[in-house]
Structure formats: structure tokens, C-alpha cells
Design a protein around this ligand. Structure first.
Ligand SMILES: Nc1ncnc2c1ncn2[C@@H]1O[C@H](COP(=O)(O)OP(=O)(O)OP(=O)(O)O)[C@@H](O)[C@H]1O
Ligand SMILES: [Mg+2]
Length: 458
């Protein structure tokens, strides 16, 4: 028997018979093999243990293989995933490659093919043993930005990461809350322990409760075995509670207790389990408002809000756009192509004018699309969506007011829009020469500069 490979392999597949045969084949080849037969157990395993390779069935009875793949890539990008799929679902297999799978194999399976694929995955991992930073960059887990707000955030992260303080991250959707949570974790002394993320909006109440707190055998109908909750999975590490505003009152009460007492009680249990977990929570809602509306407990808010990090929307830190564009061009560069794409100046001008309601996520999607659909070595104006081409910088974030009426805009909003339009036109007419534009507008040059600064015009 060859004992060359003492690497750990996990099989996640609901076909038990197939698992058994594959397990035998791989054990004979010298791998250490484990099998689980559903997605939920699979998720737990990959969170708890290190595997070199995971053989993952895309169609599982409970959770989709795709979700598991994404989770694996979040927890440990170096874990290689080989997808097993029916031949009529090759489309989703290709999707899985995009999401980071190493390769896919179609059913019916030739066991030799699996062995070859695993060996290749191991070789690949060895070959690409890049520095941790490189890998993080590839996975999009580095925090890009040199604008003042981003530097401030980096300073806060550096200060709070080494402590065990609970942190609340607030900000619009797509502004990088999750990436910041991850960065805090990576800079903390818990960095070699688990980082467990749960999106509180994604699961119905009862499921969220059992996911978080776990249960004992017989706790409810269907609880045929004991299950560890995420608090315990995260033991020693960091628990990231995403979209915390969506948690129901019952779970809010339980979370409060977990935060206060540092103990939890699994469902159906009588014993408290001590927990050693660092909490990071995130929300894109205004929690203060949720409190006023009695949707969120004030005491829980104060427990979470020991330190708050507020991520600014992209429109308030447009200085970061060129850096982010470069970062995403690198991230989405097809491996076969050597050169990085360049970006036409007019495209960057449109980016600077646009108001980016979807923030960095939207910018990332725009670049990814331009790289996939565009031809040649330059991203040009025809590669970006229509809405960006039309951006004229006249967007003003609307602040809802009592007096809002569809036909009468708030006066200061209207004034800002008008100012912005006139200044932009004057600058265009004078080819960007500020003193000439000021003359056209009959105002002083310094006044124009001040106004441009206020309106974020270049
Ligand atoms: N500063 C940044 N540098 C590099 N990439 C970033 C940065 N901020 C965000 N991103 C990228 O933008 C995308 C969205 O970020 P993220 O998921 O962290 O946003 P979010 O605030 O959690 O959004 P949501 O509220 O919708 O969950 C991700 O792909 C992330 O990698
Ligand atoms: Mg998020």
C-alpha cells in the first residue's frame, strides 16, 4: 500500500453506498478519508476540521453543494474542492468552478478519475503555496482604500483587533462590512481559531436558533442526534453575526444572555455551556431607529455597540475608486492572460460621476462584467452599463423628510442639484480651467473651488 499521501479527504454525498466504495478506494491509495451524508454535517465538518480536499456532491438533500463550496472558500481558501455532479447539471458545475472549485467530475464516477483529481488538487495546492497575503488578495479579502475615511477605519481596526471587544459594523449594503469583520479577525490573536459567520436574515427563526445554540438529541421532533451550535463551533474564535437587525425578539433575548453571561444553553439542555467567543455584528439598518420602533432591544444594542465602525458609502470616498478598480481587475484577470486590462479615462470619469447605490459590490460587478464581456486590452466606455454612462454627477442622496412631496423637491436638494449641473457645465465649457469657469459663473475662483470641494467635483 502506498502511504505517500496522508492528506485528509472529506466526502460529502448522500449516496452512502458510493461513499463507502470511494472511501475504501481512497484509503487504499493512502488518504485519510471521512464521509458525511448531508450538507449540514458537511458544513460543520469543514468548519471544525482541516481537509486537504473535499469531494462534494452538488445536489444534496438539505443544503445546496454550491452553498457549501462558498462556505469552504470563505473559511479556508486553500481547501481544494472537487465537485461531483450529474451530467445534466454541467452548467452548475461550471458555476462552481467560478466559485472556486478546483475541478468537477460527472456521474457515473470512475473511481480512478477521483484519485487522479485528488492528486492533481494536492499538487496544485503545493504549487500555488503563495503567501497568505496573495491568497487573501485573490479571494478579495484585502481591504483596499487610501481615502481619509478608510485610513480612519484601518486605524480603528489596528486598535481594536487585538482586544476581545465586541464590535458593531454599520453601513450601507456593499460597503465592505464583512471584509472588515474578516480583517479584524485576521489581525486578532484569535486568527488561528475559527471565524464563523452566520447571516441572521437567511434563516427562519427556529433554524437560526438551533444553528446558533445547537441542540441535544430529542430536543424536538427530528432531533435524532446531538448538534453543536455555532457558538460552540466558534469556541476560541470569532463569531460574525451578519444582518443582526433581522433577529427575532426571542433570539435577541438569548443573544443578550450569551453576550452578558458568556454562557449558552443548547436546545433541550439543562446545563449551561461556557463560551469563549469574540463577537462582531453587522447591519445595514439604523439600529437606533429599530429600537424606537421596538423591533430591536436597547440593552442588546448597548452590548453589541461597544465599538462601532461605520463604513462610508462609496460616493463619499471616490478617491478610492481607481485603487479599487485596479484591485478588481487583478482579481478577475483570467489566469491564461498575462497582461492586466487598462481602463479608458472616460470610464474613470463616469465612475467618478456616478453615485454607486450598490457601493463597492456594484463597482466590483461592473469590473467583472467588463472583463468577461469586453474585448481587447482596455476597458472602454462600451464595456460599462448604460446607467453609468449617463451619470452626470447630479445625484443627491435623498433624505426623507416629513414634507416630502412627489412634485416639490426639498429646496436645498434642488439647489445642490442646480449648482452641481451649472458648475459641471461651466467646467466643461472652460476645459476644466477653474478660473475661466468661475468667470462664466460670475463668482470668485476661491468660491468656486470651495463649492467644488463641497460637491465633490473634480
Ligand atoms: N475596501 C474594500 N477593498 C476591497 N474590496 C472590497 C472593499 N469593500 C468591499 N469590497 C468587496 O465588495 C464586496 C461587498 O463587500 P461586503 O460583502 O463586505 O459588503 P457588506 O457591507 O457586507 O454588504 P451587505 O450589507 O450587502 O452584506 C465584496 O466582494 C468585497 O470583497
Ligand atoms: Mg455583508
Amino acid at each position: 500500500m502506498q502511504k505517500r499521501y496522508l492528506e485528509k479527504v472529506l466526502i460529502i454525498d448522500d449516496d452512502k453506498e458510493y461513499c463507502e466504495i470511494l472511501e475504501n478506494t481512497l484509503t487504499v491509495e493512502g488518504f485519510r478519508v471521512e464521509s458525511v451524508y448531508n450538507g449540514e454535517e458537511g458544513l460543520l465538518r469543514v468548519q471544525e476540521r482541516q481537509y486537504t480536499v473535499v469531494i462534494l456532491d452538488l445536489t444534496l438533500p438539505d443544503i445546496s453543494g454550491m452553498q457549501i463550496l462558498k462556505r469552504i472558500k470563505e473559511i479556508n481558501p486553500t481547501m481544494q474542492v472537487i465537485i461531483v455532479t450529474a451530467s445534466d447539471t454541467v452548467g452548475s458545475a461550471i458555476e462552481s468552478l467560478k466559485a472556486g472549485a478546483f475541478n468537477f467530475i460527472t456521474k457515473p464516477i470512475m473511481f480512478d478519475d477521483v484519485v487522479v483529481a485528488i492528486k492533481k488538487a494536492i499538487q496544485y495546492r503545493e504549487k500555488t503555496k503563495q503567501s497568505a497575503q496573495d491568497l487573501l488578495e485573490k479571494e478579495g479579502k484585502v481591504l483596499i482604500g487610501c481615502s481619509e475615511p478608510m485610513e480612519e477605519i484601518s486605524r480603528i481596526i489596528a486598535k481594536v483587533a487585538p482586544t476581545d471587544t465586541t464590535i458593531l459594523i454599520t453601513g450601507e449594503s456593499g460597503t465592505g462590512k464583512e471584509i472588515i469583520a474578516h480583517r479584524i479577525y485576521k489581525s486578532s490573536k484569535r486568527k488561528n481559531k475559527p471565524f464563523v459567520k452566520i447571516s441572521c436574515a437567511a434563516l427562519p427563526e427556529t433554524l437560526l436558533e438551533s444553528e446558533l445554540f445547537g441542540y441535544l438529541k430529542g430536543a424536538f421532533t427530528g432531533a435524532t442526534s446531538q448538534k453543536k451550535g455555532l457558538f460552540e463551533v466558534a469556541q476560541g474564535g470569532t463569531l460574525f453575526l451578519d444582518e443582526i437587525s433581522e433577529v427575532s425578539p426571542t433570539i435577541q433575548a438569548k443573544l443578550l444572555r450569551a453576550l452578558q453571561e458568556r454562557e449558552i444553553k443548547p436546545l433541550g439542555g439543562t446545563q449551561d455551556v461556557p463560551i469563549d467567543v469574540r463577537f462582531i455584528a453587522a447591519t445595514n439598518k439604523e439600529l437606533k431607529e429599530e429600537i424606537t420602533q421596538k423591533k430591536f432591544r436597547e440593552d442588546l444594542y448597548y452590548r453589541l455597540n461597544v465599538i462601532t465602525i461605520t463604513t462610508p458609502p462609496l460616493r463619499e470616498r471616490k478617491d478610492d475608486i481607481p485603487l479599487l478598480v485596479e484591485h478588481f481587475i487583478k482579481k478577475y484577470k483570467p489566469t491564461k492572460i498575462k497582461e492586466l486590462k487598462r481602463v479608458e479615462q472616460t470610464v474613470l470619469d463616469c465612475f467618478a460621476q456616478y453615485h454607486w447605490p450598490g457601493n463597492i459590490r456594484e463597482l466590483e460587478n461592473v469590473i467583472e462584467r467588463a472583463i468577461i464581456l469586453g474585448v481587447g486590452d482596455t476597458i472602454s466606455i462600451s464595456d460599462i452599463p448604460e446607467r453609468l454612462r449617463k451619470a452626470d454627477g447630479s445625484y443627491v442622496p435623498t433624505i426623507k423628510r416629513e414634507t416630502d412631496s412627489p412634485d416639490i423637491p426639498a429646496l436645498d436638494d434642488a439647489v445642490i442639484t442646480l449648482e452641481r449641473n451649472l458648475i459641471t457645465r461651466a467646467l466643461e465649457k472652460s476645459n476644466g480651467v477653474v478660473s475661466a469657469a468661475a468667470k462664466l459663473l460670475h463668482i470668485k475662483r476661491t468660491t468656486l473651488i470651495a463649492k467644488m470641494k463641497k460637491l465633490d467635483l473634480k
